[in-house]
Design a protein around this ligand. Structure first.
Ligand code: SF4
Length: 249
């Protein structure tokens, strides 16, 4: 375990090195305690499972042209399975949309060893440990940011970043600034479908596929697919466009 994300992130020369460094991180005492407590206490429906209980690295195509950036692993989702957006309702919603567009080879992801393959896409989070109430502090977001900076630096084909929610949006803007790219002032506002060009990248906003948004209809499948298709198009990734009557609201 280590507690210096800036140093270990910059020392990582490949994505597997970075993934390994992230999985060993213990820089945020509150989040270390929470992720491990959740892994011990569990919830009834997963009580027989062995939880991952560690930071969750990014996942996907090493030649990704598009990066999705979420908030953080869910206590009983990524913190249980060890893979981002795997084993929870947010992931179910995201993968169905990704699969409909041909960006993922399946429309569900329950286990880290299921062989899920992404086409030209990688998925990561602003904060790599599950936070209480899904709310990392500003300090925790800052501490974790070097990993996102390094992840983007290690994706040479990256052109489009889709921020899934406002925390992801802020993390990407701050990371791009840390990489030396001039970001607009005042800060571009997050919104579903918001877009801004920064250096060689296009940043696009999407509401997060949390149950809070999907159960209330704030984010529908067509809304998510429209943003993903827009990003893929800008990144030069070929997608299937679902027929309107085949789309699930
Ligand atoms: S949130 Fe990020 S910086 Fe903090 S302990 Fe987890 S991996 Fe390390």
């Amino acid at each position: 375990m280590h507690a210096d994300p800036e140093a270990v992130a910059q020392a990582a020369m490949t994505l597997p090195d970075l993934d390994e460094a992230i999985a060993m991180c213990a820089a945020c005492p509150r989040l270390v305690a929470w992720r491990e407590e959740q892994a011990q206490v569990k919830v009834a429906r997963f009580r027989t499972e062995t939880y991952w209980g560690r930071p969750v690295p990014g996942y996907g195509d090493p030649d990704a042209r598009m990066l999705l950036v979420g908030l953080a692993p869910a206590a009983h989702g990524g913190n249980r399975t060890g893979r981002v957006f795997t084993g929870d309702a947010s992931g179910d919603f995201l993968w169905r949309g990704m699969h409909a567009l041909g960006l993922a080879d399946r429309g569900e992801s329950c286990r880290a060893d299921d062989g899920l393959a992404l086409q030209s896409v990688r998925v990561a989070a602003a904060v790599r440990c599950a936070p209480p109430a899904n709310r990392p502090t500003s300090a925790e977001q800052s501490t974790c940011r070097p990993y996102l900076v390094r992840e983007m630096q290690l994706l040479p084909e990256l052109r489009v970043i889709v921020a899934l929610g406002g925390v992801g949006w802020d993390a990407v803007l701050r990371s791009l600034r840390a990489m030396g790219h001039a970001t607009p002032r005042p800060k571009p506002r997050f919104g579903h479908g918001a877009e801004v060009e920064i250096g060689p990248y296009r940043l696009i906003g999407s509401y997060h596929p949390s149950q809070q948004n999907t159960f209330t209809g704030r984010l529908t499948r067509p809304m998510l697919e429209d943003v993903l298709a827009r990003g893929a198009g800008l990144a030069g990734i070929r997608t299937h466009i679902p027929e309107p009557d085949a789309r699930v609201p």
